[in-house]
Design a protein around this ligand. Structure first.
Ligand code: ADE
Length: 422
């Protein structure tokens, strides 16, 4: 039997590379911490000889991470962590830089899966994941590859939920570093990154005025906090829905109205989900919404708005109004609008988090990959926190890049803080 050779990459159009290169350089200007790591990696080659797979949003920021890993000696390949988030020009530029990419913006579910399989064929030893799609596929269908993997990293809250469940039931077969949980990741990326880029996606897609609107934010984790803060900053009245009593209390004391989604549904002009759960906006919420209500999702998966229920309700038809804006007519006098098919709105309709926050997230990723290489064979099959000294060093470097100085403890203050007799 003649075997078809595996594709070396699969992208939309290599001719887009010059534009991608230009945009990658623009993002690099806001990523000084990653640049320092890249310079050191080029000298020290900590990833030399390692095959590395990164399943990530293929953006200008991810490109800078990939180039850092390549500078460190890694033999890296990339696939998308979401079918709608790929920037095709960036994918083309990366291929020209010698990094194979398997990702096309708007790819269907079968192509998305084929691309994940293609990068798994690279037989990775280090796996950088964003949402745990690769981790789960490796454990379910490629068990023969698990022994070669020295470890992985996870970028998202959603991915960690799945990976911690694998650890709890004894399934997890390699160590994973919880990059998401680093302070220099979630305090900044999840809050300020999601906050700004979510509003950016909604505004780019619709060009509507936010001031004076009622914005319902589902979920008050770090992402929800950032979205609520930025929506309020643009002049919206914000309602928060939550299931966690402490977060609900926090939202109330931060000045937002808090109520169940069933009460918020008829009130909201714009609904934004960021819970990590399923059916946060379900059929009975949809039918209660007012004509013209707009919905967007900022959680990792497209499961938060019940799109199947919405499609089922749309007896009166559906139509595309603008790029990434679709209207579902559920009654003669009721049209509901969804941005970006209910997928991550900040990456589908905008460019994801700005480079300045991804600088810290991806500094964590690069240093976590180095940590795995340095400790290959020593770590257990567990989900590990990001080493605290790395986290603090990233904060110090970021402050330095921002030309911000801070105080240091005097010897007397240090003694006071470490004693109990005073
Ligand atoms: N996740 C959110 N924003 C991102 C970006 N700009 N690049 C990569 N991953 C992201």
């Amino acid at each position: 039997m003649v075997q078809t050779p595996a594709a070396r990459f699969d992208i939309k159009d290599i001719e887009l590379a010059p534009q991608g290169r230009q945009r990658i350089s623009w993002a690099a200007r806001e990523m000084p911490v990653l640049a320092l790591i890249r310079e050191r990696f080029a000298r020290e080659q900590p990833l030399k000889g390692y095959r590395l797979l990164a399943c990530a949003h293929i953006t200008t920021e991810t490109a800078n991470l990939a180039l850092t890993l390549q500078a460190g000696g890694a033999d890296a390949v990339l696939c998308a962590s979401n079918p709608l988030s790929t920037q095709d020009d960036v994918a083309a530029a990366l291929v020209e830089f010698g990094i194979p990419v398997f990702a096309i913006k708007g790819e269907d579910a079968a192509t998305y899966e084929r691309h994940i399989r293609a990068v798994i064929e690279h037989r990775p030893q280090i796996v950088i994941d964003d949402g745990a799609d690769v981790v789960t596929m490796l454990h379910q269908e490629y068990q023969e590859q698990l022994p070669q993997i020295i470890g992985g990293t996870e970028e998202t809250t959603t991915g960690l939920i799945r990976e911690r469940a694998m650890e709890a039931d004894g399934t997890l077969q390699y160590p994973i570093i919880a990059v998401n949980d680093a302070d220099t990741k979630h305090f900044f990326d999840n809050r300020y990154g999601t906050g700004q880029s979510t509003m950016d996606g909604i505004i780019r897609a619709t060009n509507i005025l936010i001031a004076g609107k009622i914005v319902v934010v589902a979920g008050y984790g770090w992402c929800g906090k950032g979205i609520a803060m930025r929506a309020a900053g643009l002049g919206a009245q914000v309602i928060v829905t939550e299931v966690d009593p402490i977060r609900a209390l926090e939202a109330a004391m931060d000045g937002y109205r808090v109520m169940p989604m069933a009460q918020a549904a008829p009130l909201g002009d714009i609904f934004i989900t960021a819970t990590g759960d399923i059916k946060v906006i379900d059929e009975h919420h949809l039918t209660a919404m007012r004509d013209g209500a707009i919905m967007a999702n900022s959680g990792h998966f497209d499961s938060e708005i019940n799109m199947r229920a919405l499609e089922g309700l749309a007896h009166e038809g559906r139509r595309t109004l603008r790029q990434f804006v679709e209207e579902f007519q559920i009654a003669p006098d009721k049209r509901l609008i969804v941005i970006g098919e209910g997928r991550l709105v900040n990456l589908a309709a905008a460019e994801g988090h700005p480079a300045s926050v991804m600088d810290m997230s991806f500094a964590n990723q690069a240093l976590a990959a180095e940590h795995l290489a340095l400790h290959a064979g020593e770590l257990e099959k567990r989900v590990y926190p990001m080493p605290e000294e790395i986290d603090r060093e990233i904060a110090r470097l970021k402050l330095h890049a921002m030309r911000i100085e801070i105080d240091t403890l005097t010897e007397e203050q240090r003694r006071y803080l470490t004693s109990w007799q005073h």
